[in-house]
Design a binder for this molecule. Structure first.
Ligand code: NI
Length: 171
């Protein structure tokens, strides 16, 4: 397995709209290895979700594990939200926007349909943090980031803060 480089805001590649995965490709060893590498990269970060877009693969899939003991790794291939209800505000972060956290309002409950890593279809009805995480990762597949929900002024502050962090890291 290998750690993958994660694209960081404002990298324009994060704005790419991902294309559907060909279900016939899911069993390919290269695709399965990519899923393993994405889990390893996410756990090492550490993070609770990683969309393919963030590792510069612009196809519709993502990995998620919101547990503290890495006990529920979930793969969503070609995910679709079929129902949403309620509202919740959660202070989100993102591996592509390191060190930045901000409140985002999203649906509290969702029903999501996807293929798992064997290519089998499944449906989940979830709420709370897992619902937030699924919506956040699915935004990545549309080329959308959580900072897009902030005001333009706040987003510019985030961009400057990240540029400063990078200068310090390079120094
Ligand atoms: Ni993210």
């Amino acid at each position: 397995m290998a750690l993958l480089p994660i694209l960081e805001f404002p990298d324009p590649r994060l704005r790419t709209k991902a294309v559907p995965v060909d279900p016939a490709r899911v069993a390919d060893p290269a695709f399965q290895r990519l899923l393993d590498d994405m889990f390893e990269t996410m756990y090492a970060a550490p993070g609770i979700g990683l969309a393919a877009s963030q590792v510069d693969v612009h196809q519709r899939f993502m990995v998620i594990d919101v547990t503290e003991d890495k006990s529920r790794p979930l793969v969503f291939i070609n995910p679709e939200i079929t129902a949403r209800a309620g509202e919740q505000v959660y202070q989100e972060g993102c591996l592509s926007v390191p060190g930045i956290f901000a409140d985002v309002t999203r649906a509290n409950e969702i029903t999501v349909r996807a293929l798992d890593r064997t290519g089998a279809p499944f449906e989940l009805h979830v709420d709370g943090l897992l619902a937030v995480c699924i919506q956040h990762e699915m935004d990545h597949l549309e080329g959308r980031l959580f900072v897009d929900y902030l005001s333009p002024l706040k987003r510019e502050m985030v961009r400057k803060k990240l540029a400063k962090q990078r200068r310090h890291a390079a120094a």
